[in-house]
Design a protein around this ligand. Structure first.
Ligand SMILES: Cc1cc2nc3c(=O)[nH]c(=O)nc-3n(C[C@H](O)[C@H](O)[C@H](O)COP(=O)(O)OP(=O)(O)OC[C@H]3O[C@@H](n4cnc5c(N)ncnc54)[C@H](O)[C@@H]3O)c2cc1C
Length: 479
């Protein structure tokens, strides 16, 4: 009967699916197009020897809190999370900063007279944090009765736009800016319905576990998954791009860690025309433009609290960030773009030679954006950290087109597997009760183009594997 299950793609979701299938006793083989495993978690010396840069993912709140990955013995396979007490900092041009710390109280203390409002907004969610997160990190399911009230409150405060929620709760720019920076992870205009939910979720994660990086680089996450998979008997083939289903050895199920579009190309008429037509309407959305730096020292932030943060949201006030995110969604890039800056080497000394540091920043841009934004990005950091440019030893630039060339899943440079607005959050890539399955009973999708979408959490892979186990192998219990 051939191999039990083939997984196409070795990103965090592909490997998590493979692990869950192997844990259930199946024979699993993974086919990866690139010469190394890892998808969006690769780490390379992009600038100078001795500097380890995360090519894509850098900071992993949903990794450390993943309801599935946190149950796996990945620490025994080399994964070590490293965090400071500060998940994110949000500096303003006046030299002050909001600090997203471990506790609601410590965060509130940095928000001046909005501190009480922050506590009022966040404390009730923190009480149900792990259960809420499990609800969000999966396909749409009705909440358990005990979660009805917190979910109703979340819906009430999450469905409006980030701009509306910030305006309702806060008076000053610090708290508004902190919320806007977290909500901007949605890669949507902040005036859109549902962006409030993204702000709430990112703030909530920081109060459940400090946002960590992986020691040695994000690659450590998928290296650990690979090592565990191999210990379970799984096999991985690199340099093995799959173009057509007929290239694969005989198998009972195939699971795609590819974009939904790529799955259609590979499967052709093995998937019915009506399903193909529905999937082809799935939207991928904006891309990112990224710069990595080898630095002669840490980024010299003016505002206190930024120096130890794993992420610094560089964009200023709520209205500045809203302007930037509106521009990128409508075809241009703001003069002062909103940046996500990560400081891995501040947390993990192994990333750079002694006394040196790595820097990492990207901004959201229209899909396939072709202009060089290096100067604009460096100028934006310089406004909040004068002297930054003097510390640059070398840089590496990644345009949306370069990202897609490295990894076919990043269509037009889109990093979340498809737009994560209210219309596509649970209906990824189409509306189905089990979105991981397809009308072909042997074909499944497990990439970020399924719920819960982008991010390193492995939950798309886990849910897809459960679907395969139930539908193809008649195994419904958790392995
Ligand atoms: C610049 C950037 C920054 C990011 N920052 C963060 C962050 O800080 N934190 C976070 O949690 N997430 C972040 N992400 C998002 C995260 O990396 C992705 O959401 C995640 O990697 C998706 O996992 P996946 O398994 O679905 O797909 P991927 O990780 O994209 O893996 C897919 C794999 O499939 C392979 N593949 C594709 N087509 C084929 C084929 N035909 N045959 C064989 N193999 C194929 C690819 O080569 C790739 O290895 C970032 C992404 C980018 C690009």
């Amino acid at each position: 009967m051939g191999i039990d299950a083939i997984v196409i793609g070795s990103g965090p979701n592909g490997l998590t699916a493979a692990v869950e299938l192997a844990r259930a006793g199946l024979q699993v083989e993974v086919y990866e197009a690139a010469s190394s495993i890892g998808g969006g978690t690769r780490t390379q010396a992009l600038t100078l020897p001795g500097f380890a840069h995360d090519v894509c993912s850098a900071v992993h709140p949903t990794g450390i809190l993943s309801p599935y990955m946190s149950r796996l013995p990945l620490d025994q396979h080399g994964l070590e999370w490293v965090a400071s007490g500060v998940s994110a900092a949000h500096p303003l041009l006046d030299g002050t900063a909001a600090v997203l710390a471990g506790s609601v109280e410590d965060t509130a203390a940095t928000l001046g007279k909005d501190g009480a409002a922050y506590t009022r907004l966040m404390a009730p969610f923190v009480r149900y944090g792990p259960q809420l997160l499990e609800q969000f990190l999966g396909p749409f399911r009705f909440p358990k009765p005990s979660l009805m009230l917190p979910m109703a409150r979340f819906g009430l405060l999450g469905i409006p736009s980030a701009q509306r929620i910030a305006g309702l709760f806060y008076k000053d720019e610090l708290a508004k800016g902190l919320f806007a920076g977290c909500a901007a992870h949605s890669i949507l205009p902040l005036s859109w319905f549902g962006t409030g939910a993204v702000g709430l979720i990112f703030q909530l994660t920081a109060h459940l576990a400090a946002w960590p990086v992986a020691r040695g680089g994000s690659h450590a996450i998928t290296k650990a998954l690979t090592s565990y998979l191999k210990s379970l008997g799984g096999v991985i083939h690199t340099d093995s791009r799959v173009h057509d289903l007929h290239e694969l050895p005989e198998h009972r199920a195939v699971v795609f860690d590819t974009s939904a579009r790529n799955m259609l190309e590979i499967c052709g008429e093995a998937l019915p025309a009506r399903y193909r037509s529905r999937v082809s309407r799935f939207r991928y959305g904006p891309g990112v433009f990224k710069v990595d730096w080898a630095l002669d020292g840490p980024i010299p932030w003016t505002a206190p609290g930024c120096d130890t943060a794993s992420t610094v949201h560089v964009g200023g006030t709520l209205s500045d960030i809203a302007r930037s995110e509106h521009a990128m969604y409508h075809g241009s890039v703001a003069e002062h773009p909103f940046l996500l800056v990560c400081q891995q080497s501040v947390l993990d000394k192994s990333r750079a030679p002694a006394g040196k540091h790595t820097g990492y920043a990207y901004c959201h841009v229209p899909a396939g954006y072709g202009h060089d934004l290096t100067e604009r990005i460096e100028a934006q950091i310089e406004r909040f950290a004068p002297g930054f440019r003097d510390r640059i030893l070398a840089r590496a630039v990644m345009t949306p087109t370069m990202l897609e060339a490295r990894n076919a899943n990043y269509i037009g440079g889109s990093i979340t597997g498809g737009v994560m607005d209210l219309r596509q959050l649970f209906t990824r890539p189409v509306a189905r009760w089990d979105p991981y399955s397809t009308p072909n009973q042997r074909i499944f999708l497990c990439s970020a183009s399924t719920p819960p979408g982008g991010g390193v959490h492995g939950m798309c892979g886990f849910h897809a594997a459960r679907s395969v186990l139930g539908k193809v192998f008649g195994k419904r219990d958790t392995a």
